[in-house]
Write a protein that binds this ligand. Structure first.
Ligand SMILES: Nc1ncnc2c1ncn2[C@@H]1O[C@H](COP(=O)(O)OP(=O)(O)O)[C@@H](O)[C@H]1O
Ligand SMILES: [Mg+2]
Length: 323
């Protein structure tokens, strides 16, 4: 992509485990333009979180290691800059929202202190100025009686309120990119919808780009502009949301969509993809989906396909589309 904000190229992340080398992420390439929302979807264990952790420089090492690739953010390769520079980018230019705010929030610090902290660290605001701005942000994320909540501790808030606090913390320094890893997975459907539309509204007001990670295609349909589908550590397919849902190319994407409950679909049984995802430690020479793919032929079991442009704006990693 030209002038991408984030451009990940050929990223491979391996984990050294007692069972062998786990290829958590293998030759992943993704890009996000300014202001764009890219949905990253796939079943649990396919490498979504590891991809996000690589971007923010938080792969636990050991056992993890980035063995190949580039992660360009505004033109700079995050894998090749000094740690203190990366720390500054993280939080100030890249904001993060995680699934479980209780583990991301500090239990012994007040909400006010935690929301104000990034401003004091990254923007050099005084304590009072930062607290004032924190209050405004708590109002912005629709926390009732925001000023009174400054002195509350995380455990005194509901799950939905904690997630709003995380959003305020992630966005308060006006980053260019937000990485949201399963931001609404722990919430019920109504809250989920409220939080997603809050995030989308703030995002468009501030012109931020977002990498939205989820295992839920419904969340992607509601929020993202473009989607990347991951399977077993690789990108299977990328496309704009409309074309992806209307006409999925990769057999795995087709299976995922068939397993998604549709509105008004009545009591129809969901189609499940037969078989299971190969272990990250297994050595696969062909396409990782071949074992489960209804269309697999000899080449699929021998050679791994690369992500290639199949049609304008659409990339797929599948031998069915290579002439
Ligand atoms: N700290 C770790 N040690 C060993 N393996 C890990 C570690 N973190 C992640 N993995 C492996 O990396 C793969 C991808 O995990 P992850 O990115 O968390 O998946 P998800 O798509 O559910 O976010 C999995 O096989 C997982 O077991
Ligand atoms: Mg994850």
């Amino acid at each position: 992509m030209r002038d991408a904000l984030l451009d990940i190229r050929g990223l491979s992340v391996h984990f050294h485990t007692p069972e062998g080398i786990g290829r958590a992420v293998e030759s992943v390439s993704l890009s996000i333009g300014p202001g764009e929302t890219l949905g990253l979807v796939g079943e649990s264990g396919c490498g979504k979180s590891v991809t996000a952790l690589a971007v923010i420089g938080l792969i636990p090492s050991p056992p993890g290691r980035i063995v190949a690739g580039e992660i360009r953010f505004q033109g700079r390769d995050l894998l090749r800059i000094k740690p203190d520079r990366l720390r500054r980018i993280r939080g100030r230019e890249i904001g993060m929202i995680f699934q479980e705010p209780l583990t991301a929030l500090n239990p012994v610090l007040t909400i006010g202190r935690q929301v104000a902290e990034p401003l004091m660290v990254h923007s050099g605001l005084s304590r009072d100025a930062a607290l004032k701005k924190a209050t405004r942000w708590l109002e912005r994320v629709r926390i009732p009686s925001a000023a009174k909540r400054l002195g509350a501790y995380p455990h005194e808030l509901s799950g939905g309120m904690r997630q709003r606090v995380m959003i305020a913390m992630a966005m308060i320094c006006r980053p260019r990119l937000i990485i949201a890893d399963e931001p609404t997975t722990a919430l019920d459907v109504t809250l989920q919808r409220q939080i997603l539309s809050l995030m989308a509204r703030l995002q468009s007001e501030m012109g931020m780009a977002m990498l939205l990670i989820t295992h839920d295609l419904g969340v992607v349909a509601q929020t993202a502009g473009r989607v990347a589908v991951m399977y077993a550590g690789r990108v299977a397919e990328t496309a704009a949301v409309g074309p992806l849902f209307a006409d999925p190319l990769h057999p795995y994407t087709q299976g995922l969509l068939q397993s998604m409950p549709r509105l008004g679909a009545g009591s129809g049984r969901l189609h499940e993809i037969p078989g299971s995802v190969p272990a990250a430690t297994s050595s696969i020479s062909g396409c990782p989906f071949a074992e489960r793919c209804p269309f697999a032929f000899d080449r699929c079991r021998q050679e791994a396909p690369m992500l290639q442009t199949a049609r304008p704006g659409r990339q797929v990693s599948c031998w069915l589309y290579v002439r």
